[in-house]
Design a protein around this ligand. Structure first.
Ligand SMILES: Nc1nc2c(ncn2[C@@H]2O[C@H](COP(=O)(O)OP(=O)(O)O)[C@@H](O)[C@H]2O)c(=O)[nH]1
Ligand SMILES: [Mg+2]
Length: 322
């Protein structure tokens, strides 16, 4: 199951202790204790794999490396590499103590989550005209530590919505290299599937069913994923007895969950048009037209109709400057 909500405690590395050391070369006796290194910080970095939050299930507490202690001959401790943890784009991290919110929206975007502690001074730094043989040094400082709640809000450019079996997964697979499961039964899609269409991210949102907004079925868990999606592609099956009714059912779910979803740009596709006879198709189209729903008939088995979908996607791409 896709993990889209989890808590993790991040602790940055402790700063290294400063060294107390003495030069053993005759005539040059003096303090030569180097500084301790800073502890490693922890960063989040955006990545496109939406399953990445799973890693925190087995590692609910993550600690970065401590800074090395200072050494003799005024050599400072070596700074450990910072810890960079990949999280899916769409991750919203809330610091549970401060309430501070950090959003990871782009692949490669790096955000500092907790800072490593500073290293301590070695005794070399304490040398002065009045104190030629200081014994002072500093301990390093502790690294920051905080618990974060991570929520995954998928940020797809285009979200495929529609009743179960409308052909959403099939269309995603036909347009991208995604391998979404296809099946002639409800709820094949338990997880939102993402596909990359030349830089445009398409999401196949699991079947919404009537009542999803009240928690019936699986739809409600995924409705939040379409909140941030820019454009909706609404699929209605030509195999349905009542395509207009199907359309309204889904629109109603969207409205119940969040009215603003209705204002999103929407393209309607009448899918599986190869599966019905010409008269049925025509009747469906007339009914849709009467209801003022502009629907493009398509079939994943017909390249020409797929080209029409691609044209729509290319337009969206252009609008988004992708
Ligand atoms: N004849 C035909 N069948 C299709 C087409 N698209 C999908 N299907 C079938 O319809 C069923 C449901 O498709 P699926 O993509 O899983 O729908 P989803 O539940 O909306 O994701 C599967 O058996 C598909 O093979 C199409 O264009 N033509
Ligand atoms: Mg599906």
């Amino acid at each position: 199951m896709l993990i889209d909500e989890i808590t993790v405690t991040l602790t940055a590395g402790h700063g290294g202790r400063g060294a107390v050391a003495w030069n053993n070369i005759k005539l040059h006796r003096g303090p030569v204790g180097g500084d301790g290194a800073r502890g490693a910080s922890i960063y989040f970095e955006g990545a496109s794999d939406i399953s990445l939050l799973k890693q925190f299930q087995s590692r609910p507490e993550i600690k970065a490396r401590d800074g090395e202690a200072g050494k003799g001959q005024t050599r400072d401790g070596t700074n450990p590499d910072h810890l960079v943890i990949k999280v899916p784009t769409g991750t919203v991290a809330t610091n549970l103590e401060t309430g501070n919110v950090i959003e990871i929206t782009k692949v490669g975007q790096r955000e500092l989550m907790v800072s490593g502690g500073l290293g301590g001074w070695g005794n070399f730094k304490y040398k002065s005209s009045t104190n030629q043989a200081p014994r002072q040094y500093q301990e390093g400082l502790p690294g920051e530590s905080a618990a974060f709640r991570l929520d995954l809000k998928l940020i797809a450019d285009v979200g495929f919505i529609g009743l179960p079996n409308a052909g959403k997964s099939s269309l995603l697979n036909a347009l991208t290299s995604a391998r979404a499961k296809v099946g002639n039964y409800q709820f094949t899609t338990l997880e939102p599937n993402l596909g990359d269409y030349y830089g445009l991210i398409l999401a196949d949102i699991p079947g919404l069913i009537e009542g999803a907004a009240e928690g019936k079925g699986l739809g409600d868990k995924f409705l939040k994923h379409i909140e941030r999606t820019g454009v909706l592609m609404h699929l209605i099956s030509a195999e349905s007895d009542d395509p207009v009714g199907d359309y309204k059912t889904i629109r109603n779910e969207l409205k119940k969950y969040n009215k603003s979803l209705l204002e999103k740009e929407e393209y309607v596709l009448l899918t599986k048009n190869d599966a019905v006879d010409a008269a049925t198709l025509k009747a469906h189209q007339q009914a849709l037209k009467k209801a003022k729903i502009k629907a493009t008939p398509i079939s994943v088995y017909d390249d020409e109709s797929l080209k029409e979908v691609m044209q729509i996607l290319n337009t969206i791409k252009k609008e988004k400057g992708i």
